[in-house]
Write a protein of this length. Structure first.
Length: 121
């Protein structure tokens, strides 16, 4: 009977530990304009930022006021799009993926959409 209790306890501990790891790895934070300049915080705030952009439908000028221009990756930005660097994959990730936030606007500068994308070198 004692062996059975140890097995049950082990399964419960494993389940709780798995839930904690899942929660920590998927934790997202609220967008904070003051933290946006620090690249290390961007990816965690990106989901909340996209929700803000979708809800408020900010034009290009307002997005630039909110996010600034220093973070805009000009080599990946087109006339009607802004691309912001979010994070780089670890050295243990094959191909060193880079993750960006792309924000698209129409010809008048009105918000169309935003998405997160990754590519590898």
């Amino acid at each position: 009977m004692e062996k059975k209790n140890k097995i049950v306890l082990s399964v419960i501990v494993f389940f709780i530990a798995s839930l904690c790891i899942f929660y920590i790895s998927n934790k997202k934070t609220k967008f904070d304009k003051n933290k946006w300049d620090k690249v290390s915080h961007r990816f965690e705030m990106s989901d909340d930022l996209i929700q803000i952009l979708e809800k408020k439908r900010l034009n290009k000028e307002k997005v630039l006021e909110l996010l600034g221009t220093t973070a805009v990756e000009m080599e990946y930005t087109q006339d009607n799009e802004l691309s912001y660097f979010l994070k780089q994959g670890s050295m243990f990730t094959l191909g060193m993926p880079f993750t960006y936030l792309s924000i698209k606007f129409d010809d008048s500068g009105n918000y169309i959409s935003s998405k997160i994308y990754s590519f590898e070198f």
